[in-house]
Design a binder for this molecule. Structure first.
Ligand SMILES: [Zn+2]
Length: 66
């Protein structure tokens, strides 16, 4: 059974070269590569983000109800 791997590379949108994920500029064509998310955000899974939002809402409701 194959284990799903997190991609450590990304593809340059300008020339299609495969570059390391943390690379901010393409070594092939010099295209600036935008980092989609801040560093701390990458450690969170979508489920954890959802739970954080849900927790915040529940806390807000709790304050209103009391
Ligand atoms: Zn490129």
């Amino acid at each position: 059974m194959a284990t799903p791997e997190t991609p450590t590379t990304k593809v340059c949108p300008n020339c299609g070269a495969t570059v390391p994920r943390k690379t901010k500029q393409c070594p092939e064509c010099g295209q600036l590569l935008a980092t989609p998310k801040p560093e701390w955000f990458k450690n969170l899974t979508p489920v954890e983000i959802f739970l954080l939002v849900l927790g915040g809402i529940m806390l807000a409701i709790g304050f209103v109800a009391l």
